[in-house]
Design a protein around this ligand. Structure first.
Ligand code: IPE
Ligand code: IPE
Ligand code: MG
Length: 240
């Protein structure tokens, strides 16, 4: 047995979070689900700032999945309102905070106002040299892989690429996450033990950390506990 406190891994560079449990958090308080999403968006702001202070290179959060489109229209509208509010604030604050913002997912499915704001934050991000916060919105891991396959097939059809040249690096360039560091740690809140279609390719060798905490209750200390657990893991990548 390893001595307790032995730190096998250097700190993670790229952490992803499935921010789950907003609805149950609200329901437990007799409040509408929307209240849970409002509280969850505050937690996101707190954790993003904390992750930057911890020196992470990248934080990627799951905010809305391709499957979440099945939710009641009123709940979806509420989530879009929160996204736009966050984007409007980010336009003003991201440069000061040194946070680059990126969106992973189907932009065409975003409401036009949010899409325009995301284009603005893309431009501002080019001027920033800091942690990248990626928000997965209208994101699905299977969608992402299909989209990459179509993109590469199209390039082959045009004669710009030959099938034998499609290796790991080439495929990763066609994913939404192109250019981000490899995913080290994937945290899921809310008690479910599944990936729910998040970062299927990228999670191939990520360390997984599950917690029963509902996302709005998640604190900076809880985040640090996940980082500490990660550092006590031994990553073998199939070796010995
Ligand atoms: C996660 O919280 C946020 C989104 C999926 C948009 P949920 O809304 O899934 O909350 P629970 O799982 O129902 O508690
Ligand atoms: C995953 O949570 C998606 C997000 C956190 C955005 P869900 O609540 O949608 O996942 P399932 O339905 O429990 O798998
Ligand atoms: Mg959920």
């Amino acid at each position: 047995m390893r001595p307790t406190g032995a730190q096998d891994c250097p700190p993670p560079r790229h952490v992803a979070i499935i921010m789950d449990g907003n609805g149950r958090w609200a329901e437990a308080r007799g409040r509408p689900r929307r209240a849970g999403h409002v509280a969850g968006s505050e937690t996101f702001r707190t954790i993003a700032t904390h992750a930057k202070n911890r020196g992470l290179a990248a934080l990627t959060v799951y905010a809305f999945s391709t499957e979440n489109r099945q939710r009641p229209p009123a709940e979806i509208r509420g989530i879009f309102v929160l996204l736009e509010k966050y984007l409007r604030e980010a336009v003003d604050s991201m440069e000061r905070d040194g946070i680059r913002l990126r969106f992973l997912g189907d932009r065409d499915a975003m409401p036009p106002a949010a899409r325009r704001l995301a284009e603005q934050t893309d431009l501002i991000s080019q001027r920033i040299d800091g942690m990248t916060v990626s928000v997965a919105f209208h994101y699905g891991g299977q969608d992402e892989i299909l989209r990459a396959a179509r993109l590469l097939a199209e390039r082959c059809r045009e004669g710009k690429l030959a099938p034998p040249d499609i290796d790991h690096a080439c495929f990763e360039q066609a994913l939404y996450t192109a250019g981000l560091p490899p995913l080290d740690l994937l945290i899921r809140l809310g008690g479910e033990l599944r990936l729910s279609n998040f970062l299927l390719w990228q999670a191939a060798y990520a360390e997984l950390y599950f917690s029963d905490i509902l996302w709005p209750d998640f604190t900076t200390a809880d985040f640090d506990a996940a980082l500490a657990a990660y550092q006590n893991r031994r990553r073998r990548f199939g070796g010995v």
